[in-house]
Design a protein around this ligand. Sequence first.
Ligand code: KIV
Length: 274
Amino acid sequence: MSATAPVRSVLPPDIRARKGTAPLVVLTAYTTPVARLVDAHCDIALVGDSVGMVLHGMPSTLGVTLEMMILHGRAVVRGLSKAMAVIDMPFGSYEESPQQAYRNAARLMSETGAPAVKLEGGQHMADTIAFLTARGVPVMAHVGLTPQSVNTLGGYKVVGREEEAVKVMTDAKACEDAGAFSIVLEKVPVGLAGRITAELAIPTIGIGAGVDCDGQVLVVDDMLGLFTDFRPKFVKRYAELGKTADQAIADYAAEVRARTFPAPEHGFADQVKK
Ligand code: KIV
């Protein structure tokens, strides 16, 4: 028998209870090795549908499928021992009806082991959030800039300036009233994000929404500087791994071309001869 108690992983009620206490630390993860890194330092590993753009080179998140989210969700859950996985419901998998949303959310949870899903939308998704929550599906909501609506919003811009602010506030409150256990505020003006955070009893998790939210989320590849070309303005880069990787690959290519690539220390060639 093991002498050490198993580590209990974080669950949606723990996240809900964090309101007004220590800030929530959230990063995206799409693979097992990155999930292991995130698990050591974060409360939540978000399997975002940004995976389509970040790992699959898609021009937007609209082409991401339920099967992709299940595959990446499984990989991430395997890498976690304490942080909670939340899986994005992809475009077209939940908007039609609460029943469609339940069917697909149940697949995401049962086939990956993740204890919660995230979906985009405010007031118009409230019935769906209530339907899911009542049937054992904890929902993280997502308002402000909702990237799956990029074509109706007309781009990836700030949402909630001037008269739009009332709609974002109403959307956030509707999600809370419907039972969401937390809510992402993406690219919402800093003052508005602060007001929503003060009004809501559930934690707000900001991305490009300022420091007054109850937590922050970033796309892990962005904050690690894994891209050498694309740089979202609001993201601080905590490393420049893209540059480091580029240099390492350039060094390797130069050594192969110059035939200075090191011979294996274990004398592989001799073993082959025997
Ligand atoms: O898909 C994603 O990574 C997200 C975060 C940016 C919040 O939804």
